[in-house]
Write a protein that binds this ligand. Structure first.
Ligand code: FES
Length: 224
């Protein structure tokens, strides 16, 4: 969905805090149609170089709840202020009914909204054997192409070693600057396109076997 919306902040709630880092839910009005789970970019001023990404948690009639992480030196949008929000996301892979998303408690806020599209979200449990769980589900008939891994690249490398023939999708968690495919900050190195692929346009999901997992480890942001 391509759009650029001038929105207004209606409310802001802190969801979590770790040191100076905070996760906020921003309720806004005036947003173009978006889908739960979609990644959008936002900036307090239209031409500000400071922009960040947020996940669409809910959307109805122009009103949306966005969830975003704020570092210590980030300016938190004040209630009543304008907020420019945009997206050029046109995912190459759609996630919905029949999809199983696997993630961790820390990253759940980025993928939980996909449940509104019919996906099932499996949160990795401390002490549980995730690989064994997936093995059983695939043995029970679930296709690897219905599995979406929102896990750190190091875990994906461990997955690829444990399941060399499997080709699920992975979530590329990239920093973004322009959101229109121009700045290359979110490009993922893939085997079939020497220019890479812009996560802000065709992501965030990529077939695991297309992606250079070592490069992804250095390029992606932490899954928190
Ligand atoms: S954010 Fe600039 S290319 Fe994706």
């Amino acid at each position: 969905m391509r759009f650029l919306s001038e929105t207004k902040v209606l409310a802001s709630h802190e969801l979590r805090r770790e040191g100076a880092r905070r996760w906020l839910r921003l309720e806004i009005s005036g947003l173009a149609a978006v889908s739960p789970g979609e990644t959008v970019l936002f900036s307090e001023e239209r031409h500000s170089p400071r922009c960040r990404i947020a996940t669409v948690e809910t959307f109805s009639d122009g009103h949306a709840a966005l969830v975003a992480k704020f570092e210590a030196d980030d300016l938190v949008p004040a209630v009543g202020r304008g907020l420019t929000v945009w997206s050029n996301e046109n995912p190459a892979v759609s996630v919905g009914a029949g999809s199983l998303i696997v993630t961790t408690p820390a990253f759940l806020y980025r993928v939980a909204p996909f449940e509104q599209r019919g996906a099932t979200v499996l949160v990795e449990d401390d002490g549980a054997d995730l690989w064994q769980d997936l093995r059983q589900r695939v043995g029970g008939g679930l296709a690897w192409t219905s599995i979406f891994l929102a896990l750190e690249p190091a875990r994906l490398q461990a997955f690829a070693a444990a399941f060399p023939d499997a080709n699920p999708y992975l979530f590329a968690n990239m920093d973004m600057s322009c959101g229109i495919g121009a700045c290359r900050s979110c490009h993922v190195t893939v085997s079939d396109n020497k220019d890479g692929e812009a996560s802000c346009r065709v992501g965030p999901w990529f077939a695991l076997k297309r992606v250079n997992l070592v490069r992804l480890q250095f390029a992606s942001t932490p899954f928190i």
